[in-house]
Design a protein around this ligand. Sequence first.
Ligand SMILES: [Zn+2]
Length: 429
Amino acid sequence: MSRLVVRGARVVDPSQGIDEVADLVLQDGLVESVGSAVGGAGSADEVLDAKGLVAVPGFIDIHVHLREPGFEYKETIASGSHAAVAGGFTAVAAMANTDPPNDSAAVTEFILRKAAQANRARIYPIGALTRGMKGAELSEMGEMVEAGAVAMSDDGLPVEDINVMRRAMEYATIFDIPVIEHCETPQLHPGGVMNEGYWSTALGLRGIPRASEEISVDRNIVLAELTGARFHVAHLSTSGALRRVQEAKTRGLPVSCEVTPHHLILTDESVSSYNTSAKMKPPLVTESDRAALLQGLADGTVDAIATDHAPHHADEKAEDFDHAPFGIVGLETAVSLCLDRLVRPGVISLSRLVELMSTGPARVLGLPGGTLKVGAPADVTLLDLEKHVRVDPETFVSRGRNTPFAGWELTGSAAATLVNGRIVWSSAL
Ligand SMILES: [Zn+2]
């Protein structure tokens, strides 16, 4: 039975409206108290001096590709779990597009067993919506939920057949789990590799129109209304898609969305040097989309910031722009990027960032955590708002090095990560 006192941090917990210097007492994996009157070391087994740091409910990334089973040369559950805690995340949700995909209880159980062996971040498996992620037959959702899957998605691919998606949503309502969709309409842009617009024309690259996402978001909102399913838009990137989510929420539909740090910070101009580290789906879009997403963070339309952490081998990303795979890593850059580019300039408050990276993600997937209420899981992220970092992919714990942020100088970072009342990572270690 262990007891850890996190002493003297500024505790920011939007779930309770707390923003004050306090001691946080963690006992047997749960929050025992948050307050100022703990006094001496008392019966604590361990005291963590956190003066000058900020303690928040552990960050949760609900969109991560851990690549195992099948693509261990890109990432493993152990390396991804380590990268998560090194980036300040206490929990991640793992997408199903592995080989084999997570479309059965056997794979879900494999992921959870590997996660327990890694013993760092909590890992929540997301099951595939369709068998083999082939988009035709529904997967065994019931047995996967029984085994521990928290949501269903074919992310990496959209479910193109509208009738399959309708039935998948109907099925998901039985288990009251969200359906997460990678919203894309591939028929609209064969061979597209970047946003369709000025830069695709200037660079001579095939474009993906913003309508690709908007048509899919529209279709899936209509189906969510028809079926009553909880529908979550993965990596929402365009102003038009955001407007549709906002309208659905106004009408009271159970629709939610996440955005990535890269869509909040970069535009398609980043592709201008044919940099394959700026190639991802959905593609980076325009400044007016970026401005709309920032507005959506501030006004509450956006429920979560998620990284879409997508590690690839350096040799794969060294291909030319048309052939390199889509996706970038995010676990070890997200917190610093958001603190430096969103909180420091005042786009959003620190408390709102905690909502977007902890309380909101927990709510969207119905996960424990997202709060430091008494009795909640003792999952805590400690932040150092003044720490200066330079993004150096060579120092990443992740096997992936594919980031467009290499060399960026940022202020603010994770200082330590506590899971289940235990320090699983610290910048001092
Ligand atoms: Zn996706």
